[in-house]
Every structure is written in C-alpha cells, then in structure tokens.
Design a protein around this ligand. Sequence first.
Ligand code: 6CS
Length: 313
Amino acid sequence: ATWRYAFEEAITDVQGVYASKFKEHIEANSDHNIQLFPYGTLGESADTMEQAQAGLLQFVDQSPGFTGSLIPEAQVFFIPYLLPETQEALDSFFRNSKAINEDFKSIYAQHGLELLKMFPEGEVVITTQKAFEAPAGLDGVKVRVMTNPLLVESYKAFGATPTPLPWGEVYGGLQTNIIQGQENPLFWVESAKMYEVTDVITFTGHNNFTTAVMANKRFFDGLPAEDQALIQEAMDVAFDHIMEYQRGLSERSLEKILEQKPGMQIVRLTEEQRAPFRAAAADVEAKYIEMTGDSGKALLQQFKQDLEAATAE
Ligand code: 6CS
C-alpha cells in the first residue's frame, strides 16, 4: 500500500530528514510505499492533524506546540527549563522515559492517534528586533509562539506579549511589525530565514524543541502485527539517525546565519541573567496543573522522575 506522511518542515529540515529515513527503511523492508508531504503542501499543522485524525493521512508529525491545543497534557513541553540541556541527557530521556513512551501513548490514543515517537529538534533561541537581557526588556514586545495556551503563559511570565500564530504568518508578521520576535531552534532560524526579519538571537536556555510522530489509530490498529512491528522499527531507526544528524547542527546553522548576515547580534544570557526567566517557570508549572488537572499532574510527576533518571546517568 501507499501510506501518506505529512510533516511541518521542508524535506531538508530535521522533520524531513527523519521522515526520509523512515520512508527509506519501510520501502527497503516491505512492499509498502511512503508518500511524503512537506510543510506547505497540505496546509498548516492544524490542517494536517485534522487530516490524520480523519484518516486521510496515515502518518503525521505535529509538534506539541500545536498539539497542546488539542491535548492539554502535551503542553508539559512548555514548562521552561524543564528539559535537560545536554544532548546525552535528552537522548536518554526520549529513549527511556515512561511518560513519553507509555503515558503519552495512552493519552494520544484517546484522540484517535497512535503516538509512535517523540524527539528533540534542538535548543530553542529567541530572535527579536531589539536586544534584551531581562524580562523588562521584553515589555511590550509581541513574541510569536505556537498555538497553545501554556506557551502563551510562559511568555507572559517572561514579561513579553505572546502572540500565538500558525507558522505561515510568522515571516510576514515580523516583516510588517505585527510581531517583533519568535522562538525556534537555530536550524529553523537559518532555513526559514528568520535572520532576515529579526536582528538579535538570544540564548535563554529555556527549552529544546520537541516534536512527535503519530499514526491514525484506526489505520494502525487494522494493520497486521508484522507491519506494526516494521513501523515501530523504522521509527527507532529514524530516531537513531536524527540524533546523530543533529550533532553540531545548531553550531553549523549559526555559522550559516552569520555568513548571510554578519551583523546579526548574538546574546548568550549568563546564569545570573537567566535567573528571573528560570524563576518564571514555577508560575508556568502551576498554570499547567490548573489546565490539565489530575491527569497532567500525574504526567508531570512521571516526567520529572524520568528526567532525573536521564540526567543522573
Ligand atoms: O515554529 C514553528 O511553527 C515551526 N518550528 C519548527 C522548528 N518546526 C515546525 C514548526 O511549524
């Protein structure tokens, strides 16, 4: 059969490289074909999720940044300074976390989605038109965020004016001054040319961009066990590949950005400067519990337990 797989980025971006590896493994080991749909071919992230839930797509990559509006628990990824900063700890966390691999699986299943894999896409930086070193510097600055309520709370707690928008409105929004900043990993700042419409990159260390790949659950449940196992195996192969692929990617992307725009200002907030942003995390965590109740509370507890195990290694 031919299976349709949509993702939120270009074929040469992280999600595209992941999807290509998945396709390669499936096609080399079965008679199935994978048809890939990069960003822009089927609409925004909200559209491809609807198509996946309706069974028009068999596979979809949608980041929790968007899924959080549908599945409130997925917003856990937007509690600032929760995920580890080292690649080793992140790798171990995503591979071994019970919260990721079991708990989220059953939460997504309630929405007709078979969660197959979550993976990190890189340290998030904030790009703005003016430099800031403290929350006061973000006062009145409209920062675009992905469309979920907790990310809005994060940026409020950071002192900014958060503006949730689908991806397609970001470049134009910055160009026309509807927004004055946005957050994303460096590979995306480079490939989406965010450096053309913002002048400062600030390393706040508050997050790593997580994404998730899932299948339509009815489709997946209807497959023979052999195909289900092959899909899971291909996801594991793609995970190994994407973690390897990302070694040094942020550094290379920053070099490319500076080649394109030597005047781009780079600000790395010191631990001291990060302190007020870190302090904001407690409020955001409280909001998360408010929004998700007992289910979110249990998930967060497991999440933290898994994080501890991953960073202790
Ligand atoms: O900020 C966004 O909306 C986009 N950022 C990334 C890294 N991937 C896809 C997503 O749409």
